[in-house]
Structure formats: structure tokens, C-alpha cells
Design a protein around this ligand. Structure first.
Ligand code: TYD
Length: 135
């Protein structure tokens, strides 16, 4: 499955809008972990690694940032700037988070608990794994 935007419900209300996520309706995996990235200084870059097995959905709860996804052959840049869009990111993609706006809040729903052994932090190892997997 490729990366794709998941449209989350938006309940528009003059008192303030509301968006929600139901694991079984909106997320293509069982959520094992939720974490968030915040207070990112201007110009900083997070991520720049791949996961062997982990899938995730990334949401810009506040502000904006870019996610750059690379499958070992092609690169795709997504700009996230709406709190009612989630970006589904499957495993075995090199993913980098950058261009954080002031006060950006990046929420990540992950299919696995934290496991350093699931990370691929070396780009050459990643391209080898990605090319083996895509045949
Ligand atoms: P990491 O995922 O490597 O972030 P980035 O790729 O943006 O540098 O996480 C940074 C550190 O935080 C890493 O040393 C491990 C720790 N960490 C946890 O302990 N639990 C978690 O759920 C996450 C995401 C990170």
C-alpha cells in the first residue's frame, strides 16, 4: 500500500471545529503507540530513517511541516497543514520531516511500540532493503 491522505471527519461549529479518529474506521492498522513532535526550532529536520515493519499516520495538529518520502527510487513531498488530514505512511519508506512552522505540532499514530531494531538509519542499507523488497 502506498502513502495516502486520510480524510478525517470535521465537525464545523461556530464555537470551534472538532475532528476525531476512530481506529477501526480511519486507521489501516491497530494503534500501538501515539507520540508527538513539538518545539521544533526553525530549520531543524526530524526523522531521516525508515522502518522495517512500522506503519504510521502523521497529522499536523497545529501549524505545518513537510514529509518527504522516498521508496529508494522516487521521492514524494507532502505538505501537511490541516488538522483533519492524516498521512498514511507504510513501512520501508525513507521519511524525513522538515520545514516545520512556528508552533507546529506533529502527531504520529504508530502500528508498533518503540523498537530501535525496527529502524533503518543508514540510507544505503535502506535502498538495498527497498530494492530487494520491490523485486
Ligand atoms: P527518533 O524516532 O530517532 O526521532 P528522529 O528520527 O526524529 O531523530 O527518536 C528520537 C529518540 O527518542 C530516540 O533516541 C529514541 C527516543 N524515542 C523513544 O524512546 N520512544 C519513542 O516512541 C520515539 C518515537 C522515540
Amino acid at each position: 500500500m502506498q502513502s495516502k491522505i486520510i480524510n478525517l471527519p470535521k465537525i464545523v461549529d461556530p464555537r470551534g471545529n472538532l475532528t476525531f479518529i476512530e481506529e477501526e474506521n480511519h486507521i489501516p492498522f491497530k494503534i500501538k503507540r501515539v507520540y508527538w513532535i513539538y518545539d521544533v526550532p526553525g530549520g531543524e529536520i526530524r526523522g531521516s530513517h525508515a522502518y522495517k515493519n512500522l506503519h504510521e499516520v502523521v497529522i499536523a495538529l497545529s501549524g505545518s511541516f513537510d514529509i518527504v518520502l522516498n521508496d529508494g527510487k522516487e521521492e514524494k513531498r507532502w505538505q501537511l497543514n490541516r488538522s483533519y488530514y492524516g498521512l498514511y505512511v507504510p513501512n520501508l519508506l525513507w521519511r524525513t520531516l522538515e520545514n516545520f512552522s512556528t508552533n507546529a505540532l506533529c502527531l504520529i499514530l504508530a502500528s508498533e511500540a518503540y523498537d530501535e531494531k525496527d529502524y533503518v538509519r543508514d540510507y544505503e542499507t535502506f535502498t538495498r532493503l527497498a530494492n530487494e523488497t520491490s523485486g
